[in-house]
Design a protein around this ligand. Structure first.
Ligand code: NAD
Length: 473
């Protein structure tokens, strides 16, 4: 590895590396100690980034094929830097180095997938009266704001389609994980025209400045429900377009004909991948009463066998929780459930070592009315809840303000698909969870979001329609 992890990249504004006067510390979650500093963008520097994005827009929107080629090159540049980029990501986010490498590769794959999409020109009238076609035009400057769980991948989900559609971007990572995105900005600037992608870093207030900035015509936001609502409110006075990818409280429903041994692996990793810090991960597992004990035991066995450690340790499967507030929240939710009568079939407490490590936790005896069931825990602890019949399970799965995804598990695929179609969520999986792909529109119902990302549906959210009507009268 050649990249010095303690030397953060500068911001990328108009194709130039830009340092800041103020800087803030970045914590390694495996130690709890600050290991690097990142630039704290000033208001004037944000204006510079917005100006650069506006200036770059005219030529960037002119040539769709040139954009396609440039985005592919940008993705290849990330792949060429995979090891270094993954080292930075793993150090700041906490995820195992191998998982970080995978995230870099997926970011590139997603960006390339966007370039396989077409912006259709549709003829809607061709008769004696008129010839009318519909075009997709770019919106202008996109403010892209990301969370700390998948800093690169979620940036890639936005960059590919936003750029292909002809927009320019100002991207801001979470203050907990700014470093990999800053480096991404540096890499992209080596192949994209100046100002097409600008990367700024700073605290939450920088996000608020972005969403109220007059240059921005579209906000693509991934993060929590409360922030999502603040973003929607900030967008309203200027009628900025928004896509909001927010939190989830996904239910997995195991049907009564399922074999615990056949489903436990998928259920476990559907809940624990990225240490449970994933919007569309399993947050509640509903099982028929007769299968309850078997499934709990199988999940607990797997939880006990998982190797937890620093992302740099060989063979580690799960890292620490990403930041102290989240660590304290997960700890609090589990403590509260245990105090209320729940039992930890595996785990149940923080690990006795520095950093934000928490034992992979399987809870039983926690029902609705307990915060770990009702709220999004976003961490390595999942409740297993018995249900009476399928109607009962569906009602309880849907009894939430969230609606990102859900899953149904059974050897009878069509029966499971029928049950999945009754979930009030953006996606209903059968015998899988988190099977996301660049071709599958991803988004939530209710408080889980507004709009979708991915596929042609996600691409279209970075455009506005224009009708060109030619009279033949
Ligand atoms: P968060 O809402 O605290 O922060 C997300 C981003 O918004 C950060 O970059 C933050 O600095 C910025 N921000 C904060 N206040 C802002 C404001 N007023 N205006 C504009 N931007 C502001 O979320 P988080 O804790 O970083 O991430 C975890 C949450 O993200 C979870 O709820 C998770 O479910 C959700 N998430 C959703 C998806 C999805 O695709 N649906 C994916 C990943 C994470």
């Amino acid at each position: 590895m050649t990249h010095d992890l303690t030397t953060a990249s500068d911001m990328m504004i108009g194709g130039q590396s830009v340092a800041s006067q103020a800087r803030f510390g970045v914590v390694n979650p495996a130690t709890g100690k600050v290991f690097a500093e990142a630039p704290d963008c000033s208001r004037e520097q944000l204006d510079m980034a917005m100006n650069a994005a506006e200036k770059a827009a005219a030529s960037w929107r002119a040539d769709e094929n040139a954009r396609r080629v440039a985005i592919r090159q940008a993705a290849d540049t990330l792949l060429a830097d995979q090891q270094d980029l993954a080292a930075v990501l793993s150090a700041e986010q906490g995820k195992p180095f191998k998982a970080a490498c995978y995230e870099v590769a997926e970011t590139a794959r997603w960006m390339k997938a966007a370039t396989d999409l077409e912006l259709p020109r549709t003829v809607v009238q061709d008769d004696a009266t008129a010839y009318a076609d519909i075009r997709h035009r770019p919106l202008g400057v996109v403010a892209a704001i990301t969370p700390w769980n998948f800093p690169l991948l979620l940036a890639g989900w936005k960059l590919g389609p936003a750029l292909l559609a002809g927009n320019t971007v100002v991207l801001k990572p979470s203050p907990f994980t700014p470093l990999s995105t800053l480096r991404l900005g540096e890499l992209l600037a080596s192949v994209l025209p100046p100002g097409v992608v600008n990367v700024v870093s700073g605290g939450d207030e920088l996000g608020a400045w972005m969403t109220s900035h007059p240059a921005v015509r579209k906000i693509s936001f991934t993060g929590s429900v409360p922030t999502g609502k603040a973003v929607a409110a900030a967008a309203a006075p200027d009628l900025k377009r928004i896509t909001l990818e927010l939190g989830g409280n996904d239910a997995a429903i195991v049907l009564d004909d399922a074999d615990p041994a056949a489903v436990e692996r998928g259920l476990f990793w559907g809940a624990f991948i990225n240490n449970g810090q994933i919007c569309a991960g399993i947050k509640r597992i509903y099982v028929p009463e007769k299968l309850h004990d078997g499934i709990v035991e199988a999940l607990a066995q797997r939880a006990r066998s998982v190797r937890v450690g620093a992302g740099t340790e060989e063979g580690v499967q799960l890292g620490p929780i990403q930041n102290r507030p989240q660590f304290e929240r997960v700890q609090g939710l589990v403590k509260e459930a245990l105090a209320g009568g729940a039992r930890a079939a595996a785990g149940g407490k923080a690990m006795d070592r520095p950093g934000y490590f928490f034992e992979p936790t399987i809870l039983t005896g926690a029902a609705e009315g307990t915060r770990i069931v009702d709220e999004e825990q976003f961490g390595p602890a999942v409740p297993v809840i018995p249900y009476r019949d399928v109607d009962d399970a569906i009602e309880r799965a849907n009894n939430t303000k969230y609606g990102l995804s859900g899953s149904v598990w059974s050897p009878d695929i069509e029966r499971a698909a029928e049950v999945a179609s009754r979930l009030h969520s953006g996606t209903g999986f059968v015998n899988d969870h988190l099977a996301l792909g660049p071709h599958l529109p991803f988004g939530g119902t209710k408080w889980s979001g507004v709009g979708v990302e991915n596929g042609s549906w996600g691409l279209e959210e970075f455009t506005e329609l224009q009708v060109i009507y030619r009279s033949r009268k």
